[in-house]
Design a protein around this ligand. Structure first.
Ligand code: NDP
Ligand code: GDP
Length: 326
């Protein structure tokens, strides 16, 4: 019989790729979707992947336990992937309370719904490398101490530990994936890679001249979202729930990532990039570099896409989008 999955955050980048993966594996996929007055934008990413008709959308919000309980009771999912979050670090200083309610307490809500209504289901929590923040070791693994540097990271740390706690307290099959930055053509435009590839497309097409950036010396371990959602699924296929770092093991400055994008279309970043103090953050995560050897050894997972291929794919997609818009 086909397995049933419930994905919170299905309208986001990872939700869309994960839904695609699970549909390919024969799952019935249900996705939690928050209502919007602009109905036409809902499901844009699912449409991009051509799977919008194949995912059953359920109206709901991670902050509302009543709807989560009702949904989990009704669906009796085999697997629950909790990807919903206020996920943008910079916004978390402007909306710290909302970030706490969704990104932290929201995790307890969905865990409670599962504990009460479907305790035999398997649970995935979308944890983040941002939890390492002011890094305590040059390469971060599952045993590296955390030092969060933003309200987002503090909220994610709560989400991580409540997942571990529900596993240890109630014997739930609950796993936490500590994923390093992962991008794709479906990445939100506010994140730096997509902001850059979109600007490169507009500059190339003569629709823009400059690109404003903040701290370009920061380093990130960037992978492709399509590769990373495979690791989420693999975690839930294990007999024993656990925590795993998912990363490429290569770190690159924002500057070098920018260069890869501009080089690809034959432009020089020095002619277009402007540094703006306003885009610097109150506290910065200067460098992240993940050690995914546990995921490699236990799950057989490995990153498949290089940063160059990722950025080229994103620039190509933005050129297509921007040409259409004119
Ligand atoms: P996105 O920002 O693309 O997606 C976030 C999703 O959460 C969207 O579907 C959004 O809905 C939904 N959402 C936000 N608030 C609520 C709410 N109150 N109730 C229900 N749904 C809500 O993030 P990604 O896909 O990139 O990331 C997925 C998860 O992984 C997130 O939890 C993120 O924090 C985490 N993560 C991401 C990393 C990355 O590099 N991408 C790295 C590590 C962790 P809507 O479409 O309506 O906005
Ligand atoms: P994050 O790692 O989850 O915060 O992902 P982002 O893509 O938002 O940011 C990655 C890094 O790029 C951070 O160190 C930012 O400070 C840096 N950065 C520099 N300029 C920008 C910018 O204009 N926008 C964003 N989003 N990040 C920027």
């Amino acid at each position: 019989m086909a397995k049933t999955a419930l994905i919170t955050g299905v309208t986001g980048q990872d939700g869309a790729y994960l839904a695609q993966l699970l549909l390919q594996k024969g799952y019935k996929v249900h996705g939690l979707m928050r209502r919007s007055a602009s109905a036409e934008v809902i499901g844009e990413r699912l449409r991009w992947l051509g799977i919008d008709k194949d995912v059953e959308l359920v109206d709901g919000n991670l902050t509302d336990l009543s709807c989560l309980s009702r949904t989990v009771r009704h669906l009796q999912p085999d697997e629950i992937y909790n990807l919903a979050a206020q996920s943008f670090v910079k916004s978390s200083w402007d909306q710290p309370l909302l970030t706490g309610q969704v990104t932290a307490i929201g995790v307890t809500n969905i865990l409670e719904a599962m504990r009460q209504e479907a305790p035999g289901a398997r649970f995935y929590q979308a944890s983040s490398s941002e939890m390492y923040g002011l890094i305590q070791q040059p390469m971060q693994s599952e045993t590296t101490p955390f030092y969060p540097r933003s309200p987002y990271a503090v909220a994610k740390l709560y989400g991580h530990w409540i997942t571990v706690n529900y596993r240890e307290s109630f014997g739930l099959h609950a796993s936490s994936g500590i994923l390093f930055n992962h991008e794709s053509p479906l990445r939100g435009i506010e994140f730096v890679t997509r902001k850059v590839t979109d600007a490169v497309a507009r500059i190339k097409l003569g629709q823009a001249k400059t690109l404003e950036l903040g701290n370009t010396t920061a380093k990130r371990d960037w992978g492709h979202a399509r590769d990373y959602v495979k690791a989420m699924w693999m975690m839930l296929q294990q007999d024993t729930p656990d925590d795993y770092v998912v990363a490429t093991g290569r770190t690159t400055t924002v500057d070098d990532m920018v260069r890869i994008a501009f080089d690809y279309v034959g432009l020089n970043p020095a002619d277009h990039v402007v540094i703006s103090e306003a885009l610097f953050r109150p506290a910065e995560v200067e460098v992240l570099l993940g050690d995914a050897s546990k995921a490699r050894a236990k799950l057989g997972w490995e990153a498949e896409t290089s940063l160059e291929d990722l950025i080229h794919e994103m620039v190509d997609a933005d050129l297509v989008r921007r040409k259409k818009l004119g």
